[in-house]
Design a protein around this ligand. Structure first.
Ligand SMILES: C=CC1=C(C)c2cc3[nH]c(cc4nc(cc5[nH]c(cc1n2)c(C)c5CCC(=O)O)C(CCC(=O)O)=C4C)c(C)c3C=C
Ligand SMILES: [Fe+2]
Ligand SMILES: [Fe+2]
Length: 356
């Protein structure tokens, strides 16, 4: 008589991928901006006046913002790309036979699919535990911190006791760095090998006081990504002469932001006689307004006017197989939050220094 051993039941693990979200149509621009400016983690004003101020600023910003989205086809592709990333990641994770069954969903901060809905869907489907993975490689209170704060509060409300693990950041995770270097390699392959190429990493800016006064780890994480990416590039392209720079884009409002500003760096480098430039989006893993409008259209025109011979933008990671593979290994390997040993604002509960 043959005996079948009872199989150990699989753990069903829910993964929530975080991103900002973006307006899918021009009508979505105002509600998106209203949600963004209502968030005290991204727009810091006295709590009592935030709702009123958020409406005023969103209304004032909307026409300018709409014009950007009009120029990239009438809306942000971020939702579609992130949904594709989630689907491919889930397939990659479940392809390997293990005792875990993975379910991956997207939770956006300011646009559908909203974090609370994604979380509810995962909990209702009977997951045994949850992993929160921001699609921001570098930590900042304005992005990772904000998403974690919302999602951890929501998880506590709808599923108290359900184990939650957070992956606050992955700025130098080798498979990510390799994939990022690959995108730069795509651009380099279009420039003759004997030419010196300047690589300009362009990151999304944040107000400077967050770093200087509140020790937001964003600038340090960004520097770490740049160093690791350059090390990988030099290894993969030993015969190329590569010089690199880092600047910050997308400033909003009157405060001083991290610098130098990308637009000014482009002028400075042109003044120094730089001719071949590859721009690398660094805080974003997916195409959206900041890559498609700001980099391709705005800086594209600027570099033509400034007389650059070559201006190429490294493609975004999007659904690049090596990137999906990097996220899958990150999820499989992660156990404890890496922020347990460094200052962090992710509100994961393991950070040694948190401010309210
Ligand atoms: C209010 C100030 C802002 C801070 C600080 C900020 C930080 C920050 N943002 C991203 C990534 C994205 N930003 C996006 C849009 C967007 N961001 C701001 C403002 C701040 N961002 C605004 C006003 C907007 C709307 C667009 C505009 O009017 O310019 C998006 C989505 C865009 C899309 O097309 O889908 C992303 C993604 C990071 C990584 C970051 C700090 C590290
Ligand atoms: Fe932004
Ligand atoms: Fe943390």
């Amino acid at each position: 008589m043959s005996q079948t051993r009872p199989e150990t039941p699989k753990t069903t693990r829910g993964v929530l991928l975080f991103n900002l979200g973006g307006p899918e149509t021009l009508e979505d621009v105002y509600p998106f901006l209203l949600n963004l400016f209502s968030d005290p983690d991204i727009f810091r004003v006295p709590r009592l006046i935030q709702p009123l101020l958020a409406r005023i600023i969103a209304r004032r910003r909307a026409p300018k913002s709409r014009e950007y989205y009009r120029q990239i086809g009438g809306g942000s592709p971020l939702r579609k790309i992130t949904d594709d990333q989630a689907r491919l990641l889930e397939e990659a994770l479940n392809r390997e036979e293990t005792d875990v069954h993975w379910k991956v969903r997207v939770g956006m901060r300011y646009a559908p699919p909203r974090t609370a809905d994604a979380l509810r869907e995962l909990v209702d489907s009977g997951v045994n535990d949850l992993v929160f993975l921001p699609l921001y490689p570098q930590r900042s209170r304005t992005t990772t911190g904000s998403s974690f704060r919302e999602a951890l509060a929501e998880a506590k409300r709808i599923a108290p006791g359900l184990p939650v693990r957070t992956i606050p950041a992955w700025p130098v995770y080798p498979p990510y760095i390799k994939s990022l270097a690959e995108t730069v390699g795509d651009a380099l392959s279009r420039i003759p090998e004997e030419e010196t190429v300047h690589i300009l990493f362009s990151a999304h800016g944040i107000p400077e006081f967050l770093v200087t006064r509140e020790k937001d780890p964003y600038e340090a994480d960004t520097n770490a990504t740049v160093s690791a990416a350059m090390e990988a590039l030099q290894k993969f392209h030993p015969q190329r002469k590569l010089l690199h720079h880092l600047s910050y884009q997308s400033r909003v409002g009157p405060l001083k932001w991290l610098g130098p500003e990308t637009r000014l760096e482009l002028s400075r480098l042109a003044g120094e006689g730089v001719r071949h430039l590859v721009m690398v989006p660094i805080s974003f893993v997916s195409d959206h307004q900041e890559t498609l409008y700001e980099m391709d259209i705005l800086y594209g025109q600027m570099t033509r006017d400034l007389g650059y011979k070559t201006f190429l933008r490294a493609p975004s990671l999007n659904t690049r197989p090596s990137f999906i593979h990097a996220l899958a290994s990150l999820l499989r390997e992660s156990s404890d939050p890496p922020c347990a040993s460094a200052p962090c604002f992710c509100a994961c509960g393991a950070c040694p220094k948190q401010s309210g």
